[in-house]
Design a binder for this molecule. Sequence first.
Ligand code: NAD
Length: 542
Amino acid sequence: MSFADGIFRNPLPVNDPVPSHAPGSPERARLQAELARQSDVVLEIPCVVGGVRHFTGQVVEVRNPCDHNHLLARAHLATPALVEQAIAASQAAAGPWAGLPWEERAAVFLRAASLLAGPWRDRVNAATMLGQAKTCHQAEIDAACELVDFWRFNVHFYRELLSQQPPAEAAATWNRTELRPLEGFVFAVTPFNFTSIALNLPTAPALLGNVALWKPSNTQLLSAWVGMELLEAAGLPPGVINFLPGDGADVGEPALASPHFAGLHFTGSTATFQHLYQRIAAQLPRYRSFPRIVGETGGKDFILAHTSADVDALAVAALRGAFEFQGQKCSAASRMFVPRSLWPRLRDQLVGHMDALRMGDVRDFQTFIGAVIDERAWTKHRAFQALGGVGARTLRGGGGDRSTGWFIEPTLVEVEAPDHRLLAEEVFGPVLATFVYEDNAWDDVMRLIDQGSPYALTGAVFANDRHAVHSALGGLRQAAGNFYINDKPTGAVVGQQPFGGARRSGTNDKAGAAANLMRWASPRTIKENLCPPTDWRYPFLG
Ligand code: NAD
């Protein structure tokens, strides 16, 4: 028997507050104890299909980026045959899950949010710190606060969408809209850099009654696994989200070849998204429906300073925007445009701040800069740092150290030519390229920002002059999906600054907003005639 009488409200979401972790605080002591506990164990991470754990024996090692001798886990990778099993498990779970009233599904994610805000907080934060080399603050704002917010705000927006109903003609008809899940499964493919994104991508569609296959990144597996365990603890039924660590093609090819494939929820690099989009296009006739494709991808995020900018604020925004989490945020500032009259002061302040940054193991709470994610990233960043000597000058940093962990020095480069590679390509590491423009070249520099890179994710203008702010809003209208005035271009907050960009930065479906949730719904319009006519003749027939 099913019952759901009552128009239920969700608890009103508020953004989860960020604890300070100041010396002597209880949260600091708790997190340090959890870090010590997790540092001493080596986990075996399985695949989870239909609620069953699979130890495939095909294993990848999960290591601490700050100390690559430190083995954190061995993760068992999905084989193509296991992916087929996961598709079957998802289809078996689909009917019962979609058949639950919305508030029963919502309760699973509200419960997950409350567990994460409470007893699971340190576990998820510590796993994110150890596995992804985030400082305690960076782990908090990602793995705890943002994920709690995603889960609570998604429920809130979902209920708002459900309550958007068409008008009805008085007495004659009753019009209703219901939000059905997609037919088939959603394939969630997630990046290494945000635990919150990794967990949001499979769960947002699941909230709306969809089932999912989730392929996390091989360099985020520790926190992904803790997140999967948390979802199980919150009561997520078996088969609704199937956890499939694995190599891209081993999981991606069978998932995209399935007639049950109904949607891709992706965050990662532009190149991988293009590849997946093409694979979907090539196999369109196989699918029952036209798949929904949502992808948030790379960025080449900018800071534009006007001659009226506050230099103190600009120096802090540049430092935090470019170097926090080692520049491995899609929104990280990586190109900065500064008028000649401000540059000497800004440069000296920024270099001064950089001199004070501590780089090291994130378990030491004095650390501001941890390691980059893996050897591949380290090698790539070293190559970008080398460009600081070609048509450019490295003002601070430029080094790297791989003896213990994958450390890359925060690097400030002044480039000479406006078409320098460091002004165009995504680095995804702690390298900030600065171009100094003549004070009277404001319009030219806006054109350079707009056209100098194929991405359009985030950007910031620093100015006290309102005419300058207004002209930047116009001149850079298509250059960023998230635009900041007198603030760093990172740190979007769920429910306040819905996130996403266009051009090569993705489909701009704004994660954590109602717009994103609608991509996972297939609305059905229901018209009921409350008193159907019984005479076929219209009055005009006389
Ligand atoms: P990536 O593209 O290397 O990997 C993303 C995911 O795709 C991983 O899980 C990877 O294993 C998987 N993958 C790769 N090839 C595949 C295939 N053939 N089939 C199926 N899956 C495949 O990206 P990354 O290094 O993990 O993340 C960094 C990138 O993500 C950066 O470009 C960054 O800008 C972007 N990013 C964007 C946003 C945003 O909101 N716009 C947020 C975070 C990260």
